[in-house]
Design a protein. Structure first.
Length: 255
């Protein structure tokens, strides 16, 4: 299966500390890959290198075979790489529908016009509503974004990434800060996106049951280096991984 994202000897150092250490890894197109590792393993730093928030000390990042190492986060988004953050990133004073519609318009190259009535762009609204239905937020379309529950804001952020027609979704702990009651809803959204089969998803998540349920492949980082890759079953039965976690995988404490 063709890889859509690939890293070659990807490395970043902060002072004398190597946070990501010569990682060679490829993500297959339309697959679901999870990144796990103990706290401080370099997971979010690796994400920041993929999305362009950080520039590597050495090494390269490739998207569909193109070297994108020097591209900005915005340029990578235009290429098709969308990144969610542990803290939601939405327009708080706009409605749910307006947030997604603006993302649709942006993708279409239509600038926001304060004096132009949005009905002029009815097709953008219809597309936005379809995306809201996919993330189970169509019943909240008219609500102001800042009034959403935390879990709903995470769903809205994912909807905005989908509106930008991103081919790769980098989801950084999408259940972070959620109550136990909110988690199943975001899990259902991610499952629906996966079921469509037309996007590549790369996930950082603490919840091992979620990772085992969703992942086609699991990548294990340890002290900034790639410790192992494989199917969920292969990773769970990998003695090196078990040793690195000191049993943490089986206790559900991986992070």
């Amino acid at each position: 299966m063709a890889s859509i994202i690939e890293t070659k000897d990807l490395t970043i150092m902060f002072g004398g500390h190597t946070a990501v250490d010569h990682v060679n890894f490829s993500v297959s197109e339309n697959q679901f890959t999870s990144i796990i590792g103990p706290n401080g393993a370099g997971k979010t730093t690796f994400f920041n290198l993929l999305s362009g928030q950080l520039r590597p000390t050495s090494g390269e990042v490739y998207f569909k075979g193109e070297n994108i190492t020097k591209l900005s986060p915005t340029a990578r988004t235009r290429k098709g790489i969308g990144r969610s953050f542990q803290i939601t990133n939405v327009f708080p004073n706009l409605t749910v529908l307006e947030n997604v519609r603006l993302a649709v318009q942006s993708q279409a190259g239509v600038r926001y016009q304060m004096l132009a009535h949005f009905r002029k762009h009815k097709k953008f609204e219809e597309k936005a509503l379809n995306i809201l239905a996919l993330v189970l937020l169509d019943n909240k379309a008219g609500q102001i974004a800042k009034n959403l529950a935390h879990g709903e804001k995470r769903k809205l952020e994912i909807a905005m990434l989908l509106a930008l027609e991103t081919e790769v979704l980098l989801l950084d702990e999408p259940t972070a800060g959620m109550s136990v009651e909110e988690v199943p809803a975001i899990l259902e959204v991610i499952k629906q996106i996966k079921a469509e089969g037309n996007r590549t998803i790369v996930l950082i998540e603490h919840k091992m049951d979620m990772i085992l349920d969703l992942s086609d492949e699991v990548m294990v980082l340890f002290n900034g280096a790639l410790l192992a890759t494989g199917t969920p079953d292969e990773i769970m039965n990998n003695e090196t991984v078990q040793s690195a976690y000191l049993g943490g995988l089986h206790n559900g404490n991986a992070s």
